[in-house]
Design a protein around this ligand. Structure first.
Ligand code: AHM
Ligand code: MG
Length: 323
């Protein structure tokens, strides 16, 4: 079975990027270990890292953020990081060639119920002019991403990863500690009968999304002429993993309760990396009127409405916005 390293080389990733990805994933392997310890994680500490030793009582998302921050800062490959768990950009190495954005533990409320969670990340080039603590360099559209992925901490630990030459799925072999290629070049089926959305918010969505979901629920008695099934993990990383694995549409739409915060999910840490993976697998990702990867970020913690997955279904959903 092919190792991650060979696949990255085959996809033409430069050596420094490969080394950075491997460093990042070393952090994720430690998070995987911590997550598998469950409620014991904060009590026992980790034998794998001295940095977080003794930090009892900390929640797993805080621990995960610290693990990634420490390992990336020490690596020398990274100029700065931005994290969902940090208020500001964290400067790393002045000569670092890359910027890394990440959500250290997506779906962290799922930790309380021992359900799916994961780390989501994306990597872009660091401009030479940039000072390590300058947030403006992170304000690039997702089209500038050179690599993105997530590590899913489920019954097995899996990595979905793309360097712009398709999306590949790997599984962590815990016996030797490496990610092995288990599903190369995945493709999201263009059509689907499955959707994922938090319907409890339906009355707060804009009219096009309300109508779209109403029509899905009407099944073969409505204009769609077919029955749909619904699945909701409650962690984007789990829901997108399902969509990548067997198709579907995932949406976290604009919520009219707070027009200034147009959605729940963050552009840099969640929407962009997942859109990159989905597009590389032949799917589509939109805010309702714009391709997500073309959204120009105004600030690092910006949120966006998200509609992504099977191409034809995303287009059908968008057609409701055009009406
Ligand atoms: P988090 O980054 O704080 O974990 O929040 C993001 C998560 C997504 O993974 C998920 O799709 C969404 O929040 C679920 O939110 P809710 O259950 O409030 O609808
Ligand atoms: Mg998240």
């Amino acid at each position: 079975m092919k190792r991650l390293n060979s696949q990255l080389q085959e996809d033409g990733a430069p050596m420094e990027l490969i080394l950075l990805i491997r460093t990042l994933l070393a952090g994720c392997k430690e998070i995987s270990f911590r997550v598998s310890q469950g409620a014991l994680a904060g009590v026992l500490g980790s034998l794998l890292s001295e940095n977080v030793q003794g930090e009892t009582q900390k929640k797993l998302d805080v621990i995960s953020n610290q693990i990634l921050k420490d390992i990336l800062k020490e690596s020398g490959y990274v100029k700065a990081i931005s994290s969902e768990e940090e208020d500001d950009v964290v400067g790393c190495h002045p000569e670092g060639k890359y910027l890394v954005s990440f959500d250290p533990l997506d779906g962290s409320s799922n930790t309380d119920i021992n359900s799916l969670i994961g780390t989501i990340f994306s990597i872009t080039h660091a401009p030479q002019w940039m000072e390590p603590d300058d947030p403006s360099a992170f304000l690039q559209p997702g089209t500038q991403i050179v690599a993105a992925g997530y590590v899913l901490y489920g019954p097995s630990t899996m990595l979905a990863m793309s360097t712009g030459r398709g999306t590949h799925l790997y599984t962590l072999d815990k016996t030797h500690g490496g990610f092995l290629l288990t599903k190369p070049n995945i493709t999201v089926p263009e059509q689907t009968k499955e959707f994922a959305i938090n319907s409890s918010n339906q009355r707060h969505w804009e009219e096009p999304m309300q109508k779209y979901v109403t029509d899905l629920l009407l099944g073969d008695e409505g204009p769609r002429g077919k029955n749909f099934n619904m699945r909701w993990v409650g962690a984007m990383v789990g829901d997108i993993h399902r969509v990548l694995s067997r198709g579907g549409i995932f949406a976290y739409p604009f919520d009219q309760r707070n027009p200034k915060i147009p959605g729940k999910l963050r552009l840099l840490y969640e929407a962009n990396p997942m859109s990159f993976l989905i597009e590389q697998a032949g799917g589509a990702a939109s805010t309702g009127d714009t391709r997500i990867l073309e959204v120009m970020p105004r600030e690092i913690h910006q949120r966006v409405p998200v509609i992504m997955g099977s191409k034809e279904e995303v287009e059908t959903c968008m057609s409701y916005y055009e009406k």
